[in-house]
Design a protein around this ligand. Structure first.
Ligand code: NAD
Ligand code: MG
Length: 356
């Protein structure tokens, strides 16, 4: 039996995780948490909002599935890593923001960190058991989002409703907006750097519009391994929750003979500057990734609330990154302060940008 805590249980990932837990008698749901929606009776221990580390202390899980959205997922990520409890991580924002602090906690705790993000789950499966010096690069795929192929000028008046219509994945609102700006791929680039210990030069991004290829790894001998499957998050969720068993899922096998066409194209960095900004923030290191994430969260909220135009999002993040000092955080308190400082700067920028 594995005792599982599902955090963010009412969300897109959380609900699919509950489905996987239900389907496997060897997985026991011991705790569930949401941000605001009531979840009474969903698990022996439930919590709405509040301190998630406290809930985990009481629940004593073997696996924490962190599917909280945003920086709010930091506490349970650090708790699981510090305690050597397997972390099935959907909440990429916490790893991006905490970076080296999270890796330090993993080192001390000695537990497993299993990505639930589809690209990183795929990458892990291609990389597992390989020596890093044999890896030429990791290639993350992007769908390109709903605005793939458009020019920058065509994006000035797109609405939240248009940005929320994702072509291949059905996900929560924050990551859907992130997919429309390519900030999601930016966060994933930084996530990959910390998960796999690859320098940024060795992480590529390529657009694959149907989201069938989730990641590729190129090796120094010219071989490339790819991970394919229909876009369905139950596959990476199940992989993380049943690792290393790789339990069966109801997801359909690829229909190859039916004609499977795979097309790739480079990402448009001019139209979607948040991808290049993430790469730069990652390379700068320190708390730049934390500030990138914080400013992006502020930008997404402001855009969804109609306080910021679509193109205001990258502008806001760029201005915020230029204004912060990026000093590395020595502990959790300093990280939380860096996040808060970036949010204050970003909120001030929202006012300035929405007036211009
Ligand atoms: P969602 O908006 O559908 O759900 C978010 C969940 O987090 C909800 O249950 C909400 O109540 C909970 N939550 C929010 N704030 C909280 C807080 N302070 N404390 C406790 N719970 C809180 O989001 P989602 O699409 O399921 O995404 C969740 C995470 O998984 C994000 O980090 C996202 O980037 C990542 N992710 C999602 C997908 C996907 O297909 N949806 C794919 C890859 C990665
Ligand atoms: Mg992803």
């Amino acid at each position: 039996m594995k005792r599982v805590a599902v955090l963010g249980a009412t969300g897109s990932i959380g609900k699919q995780a509950l489905e996987i837990v239900d389907a496997h008698p060897e997985l026991e749901l011991v705790a569930a948490a949401s941000g605001a929606q009531p979840i009474d009776g969903l698990a022996p221990l439930t919590q709405v909002g509040g301190d998630l580390a406290e809930l985990l202390e009481r629940a004593e899980p073997d696996i924490v599935l962190n599917a909280v959205v945003g920086f709010a997922g930091l506490g349970p990520t650090l708790w699981a890593l510090e305690h050597g409890v397997t972390l099935a991580l959907a909440n990429k924002e916490s790893l991006v923001a905490a970076g080296e602090l999270a890796l330090g906690a993993r080192e001390r705790g000695g537990g497993l960190l299993l990505p639930v993000d589809s690209e990183h789950s795929a990458a892990l499966q291609c990389l597992e058991g390989r020596r890093l010096e044999t890896v030429q690069s990791l290639v993350l795929t992007a769908s390109g989002g709903p605005f793939r192929g458009r020019a920058r000028e065509e994006l000035s008046d797109v609405t939240p409703a248009e940005a929320l219509a994702h072509p291949t994945w059905n996900m929560g609102p924050k990551i859907t907006i992130d997919s429309a700006t390519l900030a999601n791929k930016g966060l994933e680039l930084i996530e990959a750097h910390f998960l796999f210990g690859l320098e940024y030069e060795r992480v590529e991004v390529v657009v694959q519009p149907t989201s069938v290829v989730h990641a590729l790894v190129r090796f120094r001998d010219g071989a490339a391994l790819a991970h394919l499957g229909y876009p369905d998050m139950r596959v990476p969720i199940s992989y993380a929750l049943t690792y290393p068993e790789r339990a069966a899922t109801p997801v359909a096998p690829l229909d190859l003979a039916g004609g499977l066409v795979l097309e790739f194209e480079p990402p448009d960095l001019e139209t979607f500057p948040l991808l290049a900004l993430a790469r730069r923030a990652g390379e700068q290191g320190g708390t730049y990734p934390c500030a990138y994430n914080a400013a992006n969260e502020v930008a997404v909220t402001a855009f969804v609330e109609g306080r910021l135009p679509f193109l205001g999002m990258p502008a806001l993040v760029e201005e915020t990154l230029a204004a912060v000092d990026g000093t590395p955080a020595r502990d959790r308190e300093e990280l939380i302060e860096a996040d808060a400082a970036a949010r204050r700067l970003a909120e001030r920028e929202v006012g300035a940008l929405s007036r211009s």
